[in-house]
Ligand binder design. Structure first.
Ligand SMILES: Nc1nc2c(c(=O)[nH]1)N[C@H]1C(S)=C(S)[C@@H](COP(=O)(O)O)O[C@H]1N2
Ligand SMILES: [Mo]
Length: 232
């Protein structure tokens, strides 16, 4: 079994040495329909499914668990589901990769759960919403553009490969947004905040890139260009 405890991730400590990163020509097709699996630049294929996160694994307490959508909702109200209600929402599967900024990628897993798009329909954002914050247990958070959140294969997963998630992989709900580095997909998700301006999440405040497109190798915040994120 690969190292079961890589706490302190999302990657090795950010390399602080200056590094010239050329965005030009680095964009690559995201779809891998047919043909060979494609890895984003600098990534290697990981066999198995290591556990990677910062901090302890929270204990699931069904009676106290809820999933909230709040912030700038269209109707100005908070929306919430308890565990039974959340697991009754429309269940769909997507095939999605995970690219950890620590340079390993897991390809082609089938994730099942509630698509981000479903939540956007059930609890629509106000028209001014530009970004979302996905919130997890212990105050872990990750921000992304609404457009990145709204992709068709972003999913609040309860299952992987047809099986319920284990505690260390994010049970009861983890977010998967396959076209961004995996820290943008919190495990143990508890809610989504609609935002009318961008704000940095947990790792985005701690040296990691605000946008985090693996196909552009947007790993660290020192690589950010004007417009990529709020001032640090
Ligand atoms: N709540 C929470 N979710 C998290 C993290 C974390 O530190 N806390 N780490 C992220 C990172 S860096 C990665 S690579 C993936 C790893 O998911 P896995 O342990 O299921 O492989 O979880 C992501 N989700
Ligand atoms: Mo990661």
């Amino acid at each position: 079994m690969p190292s079961a405890d890589t706490a302190g991730e999302p990657g090795a400590a950010p390399a602080r040495r200056a590094r010239s990163v050329t965005m030009e020509g680095m964009g690559q097709p995201h779809s891998r329909t047919g043909g060979q699996p494609e890895l984003p630049p600098g990534q290697r294929l990981q066999r198995g499914w290591p556990v990677t996160h910062y901090g302890p694994v929270p204990k699931f307490k069904p009676e106290r668990w809820d999933f909230r959508v709040f912030g700038a909702t269209a109707d100005g109200e908070k929306h919430g589901w308890d565990h039974e209600q959340f697991t009754s929402l429309p269940y769909e599967t997507v095939v999605a990769d995970l690219h950890c900024v620590a340079k390993f990628s897991m390809l082609g897993a089938e994730w099942g759960g509630v698509r981000a798009r479903t939540l956007l329909e059930l609890a629509p954002p106000a028209p001014e919403v530009t970004h979302v914050m996905v919130w997890a247990e212990y105050g872990f958070s990750s921000n992304m553009r609404l457009a990145d959140f709204a992709v068709e294969n972003a999913v609040f997963a309860t299952h992987r490969g047809g099986e319920l998630l284990t505690a260390e992989h994010g049970f009861p709900v983890r977010f998967v947004v396959p076209h961004l580095y995996a820290w943008k997909g919190p495990k143990w998700v508890r809610g989504v905040e609609y935002m009318t301006a961008d704000r940095r999440g947990f790792w985005e405040e701690r040296g990691y890139h605000n946008v985090a497109d693996p196909w552009r190798e947007q790993r660290y915040s020192y690589q950010e260009e004007p417009g990529d994120g709020p001032e640090l």
